[in-house]
Design a protein around this ligand. Structure first.
Ligand code: NI
Length: 136
Protein backbone atom coordinates (compact mmCIF):
# COMPACT_ATOMS: atom_id res chain seq x y z
CA UNK A 1 0.00 0.00 0.00
CA UNK A 2 1.26 3.45 -0.84
CA UNK A 3 2.31 5.70 1.99
CA UNK A 4 -0.27 8.30 0.97
CA UNK A 5 -3.03 5.68 1.10
CA UNK A 6 -2.03 4.60 4.60
CA UNK A 7 -2.00 8.21 5.74
CA UNK A 8 -5.42 8.79 4.16
CA UNK A 9 -6.90 5.76 5.89
CA UNK A 10 -5.35 6.75 9.21
CA UNK A 11 -6.81 10.24 8.95
CA UNK A 12 -10.25 8.89 8.10
CA UNK A 13 -10.30 6.30 10.88
CA UNK A 14 -8.97 8.86 13.32
CA UNK A 15 -11.75 11.31 12.46
CA UNK A 16 -14.48 8.67 12.24
CA UNK A 17 -13.59 6.83 15.44
CA UNK A 18 -16.60 4.52 15.34
CA UNK A 19 -17.93 6.24 18.40
CA UNK A 20 -21.40 7.64 18.66
CA UNK A 21 -21.81 11.37 18.19
CA UNK A 22 -24.27 13.24 20.38
CA UNK A 23 -25.70 16.12 18.36
CA UNK A 24 -26.94 18.15 21.35
CA UNK A 25 -23.55 17.82 23.05
CA UNK A 26 -21.81 19.05 19.88
CA UNK A 27 -24.22 22.00 19.76
CA UNK A 28 -22.96 23.14 23.20
CA UNK A 29 -19.44 23.60 21.78
CA UNK A 30 -20.12 26.75 19.75
CA UNK A 31 -22.48 29.71 19.85
CA UNK A 32 -21.77 31.84 16.78
CA UNK A 33 -24.11 32.07 13.82
CA UNK A 34 -23.63 31.06 10.17
CA UNK A 35 -20.31 29.34 10.90
CA UNK A 36 -20.70 25.60 10.22
CA UNK A 37 -18.74 22.99 12.19
CA UNK A 38 -17.86 19.57 10.76
CA UNK A 39 -18.89 16.59 12.91
CA UNK A 40 -18.33 13.78 10.42
CA UNK A 41 -17.13 12.84 6.95
CA UNK A 42 -18.09 10.01 4.65
CA UNK A 43 -17.66 9.34 0.96
CA UNK A 44 -16.46 12.86 0.23
CA UNK A 45 -19.46 14.36 2.01
CA UNK A 46 -19.48 16.20 5.30
CA UNK A 47 -21.99 16.26 8.12
CA UNK A 48 -22.05 19.76 9.60
CA UNK A 49 -23.84 21.59 12.37
CA UNK A 50 -24.66 25.26 12.14
CA UNK A 51 -26.52 27.75 14.32
CA UNK A 52 -28.31 30.47 12.39
CA UNK A 53 -30.22 33.63 13.22
CA UNK A 54 -31.36 36.41 10.91
CA UNK A 55 -31.03 36.51 7.15
CA UNK A 56 -28.33 34.83 5.12
CA UNK A 57 -27.61 35.96 1.57
CA UNK A 58 -29.07 34.83 -1.73
CA UNK A 59 -26.69 32.33 -3.32
CA UNK A 60 -26.47 29.05 -5.18
CA UNK A 61 -23.97 26.22 -5.50
CA UNK A 62 -22.82 25.36 -9.02
CA UNK A 63 -21.94 21.73 -8.31
CA UNK A 64 -23.42 20.69 -4.99
CA UNK A 65 -26.85 19.71 -3.72
CA UNK A 66 -27.34 20.69 -0.07
CA UNK A 67 -29.39 19.02 2.63
CA UNK A 68 -30.73 21.06 5.58
CA UNK A 69 -32.22 19.19 8.54
CA UNK A 70 -33.79 21.22 11.35
CA UNK A 71 -32.84 20.08 14.85
CA UNK A 72 -34.20 22.99 16.93
CA UNK A 73 -36.13 26.09 15.88
CA UNK A 74 -37.79 27.18 12.66
CA UNK A 75 -35.99 27.62 9.35
CA UNK A 76 -37.41 29.58 6.46
CA UNK A 77 -35.88 28.67 3.09
CA UNK A 78 -36.64 31.19 0.39
CA UNK A 79 -36.47 30.32 -3.27
CA UNK A 80 -37.10 32.75 -6.12
CA UNK A 81 -40.57 31.32 -6.71
CA UNK A 82 -41.61 30.01 -3.28
CA UNK A 83 -40.82 29.76 0.42
CA UNK A 84 -40.65 26.67 2.60
CA UNK A 85 -40.91 26.80 6.41
CA UNK A 86 -39.34 23.88 8.28
CA UNK A 87 -39.64 22.84 11.91
CA UNK A 88 -37.73 20.29 14.01
CA UNK A 89 -37.53 16.91 12.33
CA UNK A 90 -38.04 18.36 8.85
CA UNK A 91 -35.48 18.59 6.07
CA UNK A 92 -35.11 20.05 2.63
CA UNK A 93 -32.73 19.37 -0.25
CA UNK A 94 -31.65 22.35 -2.32
CA UNK A 95 -30.54 21.20 -5.79
CA UNK A 96 -27.35 22.56 -7.30
CA UNK A 97 -27.78 25.74 -9.30
CA UNK A 98 -30.93 26.86 -7.46
CA UNK A 99 -30.93 30.27 -5.78
CA UNK A 100 -31.83 30.05 -2.10
CA UNK A 101 -31.74 32.17 1.04
CA UNK A 102 -32.02 30.64 4.51
CA UNK A 103 -33.41 32.83 7.27
CA UNK A 104 -34.50 32.41 10.87
CA UNK A 105 -36.33 34.98 13.03
CA UNK A 106 -35.17 33.13 16.14
CA UNK A 107 -32.07 30.98 16.46
CA UNK A 108 -32.27 27.70 14.57
CA UNK A 109 -29.96 24.68 14.82
CA UNK A 110 -29.35 22.78 11.61
CA UNK A 111 -27.60 19.68 10.42
CA UNK A 112 -26.16 20.00 6.93
CA UNK A 113 -25.10 17.15 4.66
CA UNK A 114 -23.21 18.11 1.53
CA UNK A 115 -19.97 17.51 -0.38
CA UNK A 116 -16.82 18.68 1.40
CA UNK A 117 -16.26 21.16 -1.44
CA UNK A 118 -19.44 23.10 -0.62
CA UNK A 119 -18.79 26.74 0.27
CA UNK A 120 -21.41 28.18 2.60
CA UNK A 121 -21.97 31.30 0.48
CA UNK A 122 -21.96 29.42 -2.83
CA UNK A 123 -20.82 31.52 -5.78
CA UNK A 124 -20.47 34.64 -3.62
CA UNK A 125 -17.40 35.45 -1.57
CA UNK A 126 -17.82 37.98 1.22
CA UNK A 127 -17.42 38.44 4.98
CA UNK A 128 -19.82 35.58 5.64
CA UNK A 129 -17.80 33.08 3.60
CA UNK A 130 -16.17 30.36 5.72
CA UNK A 131 -13.46 28.56 3.74
CA UNK A 132 -11.94 26.55 6.57
CA UNK A 133 -14.38 24.84 8.86
CA UNK A 134 -13.51 23.66 12.33
CA UNK A 135 -14.03 19.98 13.10
CA UNK A 136 -15.57 19.32 16.50
NI1 NI B 1 -26.44 27.15 0.18
Amino acid sequence: MLCAEVLYLFTRVNFNRMEKINIDQKLTLFQDHWNPRVIGELNGQQVKLVKAKGEFLWHHHENEDELFYVIHGILTMEFRNKTEVLGPGEMIIVPRGVDHRPLAKEEVHLLLFEPASTLNTGQIENDRTRRRLESI
